[in-house]
Structure formats: C-alpha cells, structure tokens
Design a protein around this ligand. Structure first.
Ligand SMILES: [Zn+2]
Length: 337
C-alpha cells in the first residue's frame, strides 16, 4: 500500500538508527527516551507566554571583555583557571577577531597542555562511524567578537569546554552529552557574578533568558526527533530496512542528521541540567567545588558516572519543571505575557 511507504525523512532516521544504535551516545539517549519524552510538552508549556527578550546595550572593547573574564575566573573559579585562560590568549591559542573582519579568522596549531585540566578547544567532527573525532588534535578557540557583554559569556562558555576535554582522541559519550551542561551552568554563575559587581542590568543582559529562548527551540526539535526515533524503534519495517550508502552524498546526509540529532539532544539536556544546577547553587545545595569536581570527572569517567556527583538520582520531571518555573519566575519577575 502506497500510504505505508516510509517518507524520505523516515528512511533517513531509520538509517541513523541502524547505523548508530550501538554507539554509547545513542544508547544513552534511547534509554532516556521515556524520561525525555515525558517532559518535552511540560517544558514547552512552562516557556510559553514568557518575555524572554534580552538586550545588551553597552559597547565592549576586547580589553573590557578580557578583563571581566579574567576577574570572573580569578575570583570565582580560581587562579589556575585564570592563568590558563590568560596564557591561551597571550599565545594566540584563543583568537579573538571582529565578526565583521572574517579575514582575520584563522586556526593555528598549538602546543602543549596548559595545565592538567586546561586544554585548548579542538575542532570536533564525526568520523564515518558516527564516532566523535577531532581534526588535528589542537586547534584554537575562535571567538568572533560582538562587542557587547555577550563576548564575555561566549569566552567563558567556550573556555570551560576546554577544561573537560583532555582525552581528545577518545570518543566519550559522557562528554558529548554533558559538556554543554557545565558551560551553561558557568554562564549563569557568571551572570550572578556580574550582578554582584554592581554592573547595571541593561549592560549585563540576561544569558538565562537567552538560554531559555534556545531551550524552547531545542524542545520543539527534540519533540520531533523523539517522535522519529520512536517510530523507527517500534516499526519493524523501518527498523529492518536494509541499506547501504549508495553514494557519498547519502552517507554525508546520515552523518549530518546524526550530528544535528546529537547537537539538539546535548543542548536540550545541557540547558535543563544547567537550570537545575543553577537553582541548587542559588539555594546553597550545589557548591562551586562540587561543580568543578563534576566538570573534571567528565574527563575521567565514562558513561553517566559523572551525574551522581550532582544528583543522587536524576531529578524527576516534576523537579525539573518546578526548577525551570522558579528560574523563569525570577528572570521575568513572575510576569507572563
Ligand atoms: Zn557549548
């Protein structure tokens, strides 16, 4: 029957599924299917009718940006982190360029580790088996400057990624899934720090609102991805599709789909974990030390062994949604549109 023929997109997801179902990352997502599926609608409902616009008004020079990042690292995370950051900037391993001056943007190979947990960000790619790999080991952090405080958030976010990336040539599902959660948590803590410095609200913008806007988008995409994933899982016809890549374009399409899939999942999960982390941090239940231990454990462990450092058990969907509502109330002063 013609109606039952799979669509092109279903076939693509079927290929993604069969090709990668054995990978660590994929199985983690699949195991969490019910958990994630049970919260998507509730997360979207919480985000509905909230004013999530955030405006940055002040002009920031490179020096303004670097000095704020330095003082945040030094005062909140520690000397070692600040020193590693400054060293990376001085050596050109973190390269800053104006986004309107793209010719300046280039990637240079760099040298040794900066410290046990401070390594420079590598360019991430997927190999033909869908495993994460890195091209050319060490590459620069490239940061196009917006010339507003967003530069400060971006630099902190990207540099934090480099602190849980020691085993650069190993695929680690843990890191793949959890690295965003750390970087985003530090963005929120940076926001607190900037407020505590007495910088005006107009100047510091609101990274939490920005992340919540992204979360809305990722939640919608996740709903679709999970729907497709479930269709393949439960439809024997789709599940058993035999396929070979008939050409390189087809292979690339599957790899691209897998990369998109991973990105959506890690930003969705990352933002929610960051939300719960930040709520716990504000309530005094999560210390910076624990957050740091969690961050460095992503280097050391595999699978989801790092998460118990933060949570005794994964927060239930009720807990996740209630923390999200709390945070939304605080950033929108309880107002709905
Ligand atoms: Zn990131």
């Amino acid at each position: 029957m013609e109606n039952n023929l799979p669509s092109e997109n279903e076939k693509l997801y079927a290929k993604v599924y069969s090709r990668f179902k054995g990978s660590d990352f994929f199985s983690v997502v699949e195991d969490g299917y019910d958990y994630l599926n049970g919260q998507i609608d509730r997360v979207l409902e919480s985000l509905k009718n909230r004013d999530l616009t955030s405006v940055y008004s002040e002009y920031y020079t490179i020096e303004d940006t670097l000095s704020l990042v330095d003082s945040f690292f030094r005062e909140v995370i520690g000397e070692e982190c600040a020193d590693a950051f400054n060293k990376a900037v001085k050596s050109g391993n973190i390269e800053l360029y104006d986004k309107y001056d793209l010719e300046e943007a280039s990637v240079h190979p760099v040298g040794d580790e900066i410290g046990p947990h401070y390594r420079l960000i590598n360019e991430e790619q997927f190999d033909e088996n869908g495993k994460y790999l890195y091209t050319n080991a060490h590459k620069n952090v490239e940061n196009p400057l917006e010339h507003d405080i967003y530069d400060v958030y971006t630099l902190v976010h990207e540099f934090i990624h480099s602190t849980n990336d020691r085993y650069k040539n190993m695929y680690k599902s843990d890191r793949e899934l959890l690295t965003e959660s750390v970087s985003i948590t530090y963005e929120f803590i940076l926001y607190d720090y900037l407020k505590s410095k007495g910088i005006s609200p107009n100047e510091i913008g609101n990274p939490i609102k920005d992340r919540m806007r992204h979360l809305k988008r990722h939640a919608s995409n996740m709903r679709y991805i999970l729907k497709m994933l479930n269709k393949v899982r439960t439809d024997e016809n789709l599940k058993n599709i035999q396929f070979d890549f008939s050409n390189d374009d087809e292979k690339k399409a599957v790899l691209d789909k897998y990369a998109d899939f991973c990105a959506e999942v890690k930003y969705y999960i990352g933002t929610l974990i960051a939300t719960v982390n930040y709520k716990n941090y504000i309530d005094g239940k999560l210390s910076l030390k624990t957050l740091e231990t969690y961050n460095f454990s992503i280097d050391e462990y595999n699978e989801l062994d790092s998460l118990p450092i933060l949570f005794e058990t994964l927060p239930t969907n009720d807990e996740v949604v209630s923390d999200l509502e709390c945070l939304l109330d605080s950033i929108t002063e309880g107002k709905k549109l």
